[in-house]
Design a protein around this ligand. Structure first.
Ligand code: ADE
Length: 286
């Protein structure tokens, strides 16, 4: 069960890009559990419909819309249809994005541009449209999902550059849009296990490899990211804007060369079941 109060987001409407899988799906689950109507958007309807089928709580609703966030016109249409059908747009979670593993020397300009286009330009399009079509006159809260790029992002430099830019964009918007009642923050996840992420990186054992560098000596769960997002969207964060909340158990601060943390199990994973009557989900191999 969510740590937040039942009905916390009753009557609210949220857009979660990339909301059908991984971290985005966990964010969607927690928002609907708290009474929010959630529109999930990404490029592929098959992934979205599967999530809509699974997320069918009694009191709220999830709806899917196809949108390529790289395309300004598609984003314009997405936002206007949400407002037309739901009468409002209280929250935006810019989670849609991605990258592929490559050294910069092997990276094509096309590959570089694609990652910048999705992660940076896509976020820009969604923020701008949400602002113009709703939040400039009604306020709202936005959370941008980035990554642990604080010391560079070797083998994912395109993503690191885009996410660092999103962080700076977020700071500018926090100041420009405060007078409109808009708060905008960042959640920067560290190494978070999901089956989608695992299959995306194939043979590269990104999760196994990252474990020694995480002070918790385990990778994170999508729910540990979603609770941070829900907090930043909630009235509990009413005085927080332009902030970056790192959800990485201190991994971005840790240099094993300077100080060795022994193996331990003293920061166990936080997970919860979406449907109370459901069997416990198979535990991720943390
Ligand atoms: N998730 C990853 N890439 C995306 C895109 N171009 N549009 C929407 N969601 C995405």
């Amino acid at each position: 069960m969510s740590v937040f109060r039942h009905g916390l987001f009753k009557g609210k409407v949220a857009l979660v890009t990339g909301g059908g899988t991984g971290i985005g799906k966990a964010i969607t689950e927690e928002l609907v559990t708290l009474g929010c109507k959630v529109v999930i958007a990404s490029r592929k309807m098959d992934r979205l419909s599967k999530a809509v089928e699974e997320l069918s709580p009694k009191e709220s609703k999830v709806e899917a819309k196809v949108c390529n966030i790289r395309q300004e016109n598609e984003v314009k249409n997405l936002i206007s249809s949400i407002i037309k059908e739901n009468g409002k747009l209280d929250f935006v979670v810019n989670n849609g994005g991605g990258q592929f593993l490559s050294s910069v020397s092997n990276m094509s300009t096309k590959g570089w541009n694609a990652v910048i286009d999705t992660n940076l330009n896509g976020t820009f399009h969604v923020c701008k449209e949400a602002y113009h079509q709703w939040m400039s006159s009604h306020g709202g809260a936005i959370v941008n999902i980035t990554a642990n790029m604080f010391r560079g992002m070797p083998m994912m430099a395109h993503s690191g550059a885009a996410r660092a830019a999103v962080e700076n964009l977020t700071k500018s918007l926090a100041v420009e849009w405060a007078q409109n009642g808009v708060r905008i923050n960042i959640v920067a996840p560290g190494s978070i296990y999901s089956s989608t992420a695992k299959s995306h990186y194939g043979d590269h054992d990104l999760f196994g490899n990252s474990r020694p560098g995480i002070p918790a000596k385990r990778v994170g769960t999508p729910q540990e990211v979603s609770s941070a997002v829900c907090f930043l969207l909630s009235p509990g964060a009413a005085f927080i804007s332009g902030a970056t909340l790192r959800v990485d158990a201190g991994a971005s601060l840790y240099s094993p060369q300077m100080y060795q943390i022994p193996e331990h199990k003293n920061l166990p994973a936080y997970e919860w079941k979406f449907k109370e009557d459901e069997e416990e989900k198979p535990k991720a191999k943390l």
